[in-house]
Design a binder for this molecule. Sequence first.
Ligand SMILES: NC(=O)c1ccc[n+]([C@@H]2O[C@H](COP(=O)([O-])OP(=O)(O)OC[C@H]3O[C@@H](n4cnc5c(N)ncnc54)[C@H](OP(=O)(O)O)[C@@H]3O)[C@@H](O)[C@H]2O)c1
Length: 177
Amino acid sequence: MIVSAIAAMDKNNLIGIGSEMPWHLPKDFKYFKDTTMGHPIIMGRKSFESIDCKPLKGRPHIIVSKDPNLNYSSVNTVTTVEDAIALAKTMEGSDEIFICGGGQIYKYALNNKLVDKLYITAIDTSIFVDFDDWVDNDCIYFSKYDNDGWDLITANKVEKDENNIYDMTFLVFERNF
Ligand SMILES: NC(=O)c1ccc[n+]([C@@H]2O[C@H](COP(=O)([O-])OP(=O)(O)OC[C@H]3O[C@@H](n4cnc5c(N)ncnc54)[C@H](OP(=O)(O)O)[C@@H]3O)[C@@H](O)[C@H]2O)c1
């Protein structure tokens, strides 16, 4: 059983603005779907709400919130990331468990060395954030991960096209510490 985290980010490690993803990249959605399909996925309460609390097909969801009374009809809820991983281990497809965000959950999992493998979509742009519309706290970043602690396993670049306005590279790292 391995615990993986999967995230897409721009050159500044930006992953979200407010509750939204700052881009629409069908190639990355497909990569996310293909990679996570059939495996349990763990998500923070805010990320789950950002997809209107509608579970993605074919993947059991575990939602993390500090609120023990939180209850969604179609998914499991737990109050710690460790409990989420423990529950995921009992589920079908648990040879690989995916932590799917957002910023707070990635940060907790990385800081506590709960992640064995990283799937990073490196989007080849620096998103412009218009601070007339947003405040600094609305910008959600992926935690800095120490490149020395991670071995790059694969890097597959895909070019932009009419539906995907940025080049991106699918990077896979494994923890070496
Ligand atoms: N680019 C990507 O790949 C990607 C992927 C996923 C999400 N996102 C983006 O990320 C943003 C959301 O991220 P976020 O950081 O604001 O929120 P989040 O991590 O999705 O959820 C935060 C919530 O999770 C719960 N939580 C966090 N840490 C916890 C812990 N250690 N133990 C128990 N519960 C914990 C808390 O819920 P309670 O407040 O209920 O206690 C907290 O408010 C959105 O913009 C989304 O679009 C981007």
